[in-house]
Ligand binder design. Sequence first.
Ligand code: SAM
Length: 660
Amino acid sequence: MPDFTRSRERMVETQITRRGVGDAAVLDAMREVPRERFVDRGFEEFAYEDSPLPIAENQTISQPYIVAIMIEACAVQPGDSVLEVGVGSGYAAAVLSRIAARVHGIERHASLAAMARSRLQRLGYDNVEVRTGDGTKGWPEVAPFDVILVSAGGPEVPRALKEQLAIGGRLVIPVGVGDEGQTLLKLVRESATDFRTENLGPVKFVPLIGEQGWAEETPPSKATTAKARPAPSLPQKIGEAAELLPDFDNPAFPALFHRFADKRVVLLGEATHGTAEFYRARAAITRHLIEVHGFTIVAVEADWPDAASIDRYVRHRPARSAAQPFQRFPTWLWRNTEVDAFVEWMRYHNEAVSPDRRAGFYGLDIYNMNDAIGAVLDYLDTHDPEAATVARQRYGCLTPWQKDPASYGRAVLSKNYQTCESAVVAQCRDMLARRLQDGADDIELFDAAQNARLVAAAEHYYRVMYYGSAASWNLRDTAMFETLERLLEARGKDAKAVVWAHNSHIGDARFTEMGMVREELNVGQLCRQRFGADAALIGFGTHSGTVAAATDWGGDIEIKRVLPSLPGSYEQLCHASDMPRFLLDLKRHETLREELLKPRLERFIGVIYRPETERASHYVQASLPQQFDAFVWFDQTTALTPLGPRHAKAGAADTYPFGL
Ligand code: SAM
């Protein structure tokens, strides 16, 4: 079996210590107990993930963090006698046994109790005794206990357990009625009759079934009679599989995405181009991937030269010119308060990092031909004025169309105008040859060469635009993907990237109408084909709220109401799950995944939103579990805030990089 020592160390550091568990005895115990020996065969590689895992009898081994906070709350002392109700795999009992004198564990499933008993014996935890039975009645022969830890959720605190707690003893138990989980309670017995109770926050445990718990087969819901549980509906199954998302600022939020940390590329989508929650979630996840897991590339659906201005700012490199980025419609995509806050964070984070390890902000898109031409010429003016003259002549072919490149394609098509293809391709070749010759590590040259590529790709894009949308879409997404590949190559062999783009770019196109009907491909599909399981495609969705969007191309930004999702859509299923915000890991829930496979409606809102014709304009058929590896849901969402003069920071220099 592989050595998991480092994974265990990392688990304790990132999932437990950083979230505020500070009890040295608990941390030491968790560093010692080999969690991989307590999971079912085949699950070893997931043993140090930040989540519960399935074990036999439809039960779970609890999330490591939850085990840690429960044990810390119990304030276990070296001489203590402990009772654990719900031994399951035996993991929590083993951790307890490293601190307490004796641990008594009860498990209602005989098969689990037997497995835990032999596992604990084999691993040498000889101060743990396990028996099969109903733990809600406690273990009167051994009582009183200094500590009682209940690892399953009951309707109330069992009377027997309170009675069997020593004076001064601590009892920790999840209690709750309703389908949304339980509240973790800590009771301290202050006298024969008095208990002090503390609320430790929301949790989600399997039910505590027994005489003083839930009746067998009774759902832990508001129903209290022991009726057979009806088969759960699809939204209920989504609700059960979904992992509730905490606040963005809570460290538990990004930690839920820890499972994607070993990927080469993590693609984060969005169902609209104007929703604050999508930006904030992506920022929180990306900060974590950069800070804790060494990602160095943030590649976004923005034009290369515009993003390059931000990159100069965040990597503490000198500004190229006074040019202000993101002046083209739709400006709010990147000129908004959420992106501004993230950019400031990147700059701050990079300050303490050596220049070659600094995280960069890059644009994958190809629309801004005008600024890309300007950037190539700027570079050559400084480094090789003769070559700059040649480049000016070549790019001169595009001068009439530089401000309105879309009309270039029409002019070429009507045969009144000669194509500039050979001129821009020649210039691109020259820049690449210069890169080969002058050194691959020169950041300024890499930037200039990338701008020359953009001009060549944009020239082609605007020319084929008039032949039909599939050809130009495919050209654009292929160019975006190739830029991503080049970035990974340029940032070193271990480089890892986060991509921010619309769901239409990052969800595998083969499983939406794009691929199924229109022969369109996209960045997500190309990433899967190139990186396989090393790419994680994560979609984002919403039911209703507000969104920043325009009514027509080139129109003003408006804050529009997002209509409630349509019946028959994936969004409607997520909404009916009654979970306000969640992560649904489609790879971990095979049966649910299969039930969701059949194509359904899915909503795509871009920079234009037309609620009047919503069904025709914004919904397409898709198979969501094939399109994405995971789905992030915010039931109610709000429009992002565009940057305006009121966001200008004090002092002219401080307005950089957005130039407010
Ligand atoms: N501490 C366990 C671990 O580390 O693997 C977690 C086990 S799981 C979250 C909860 C366990 O409680 C299940 O194995 C379930 O069978 C058990 N359980 C539920 N009701 C019980 C009861 N009344 N008495 C004993 N065990 C019970």
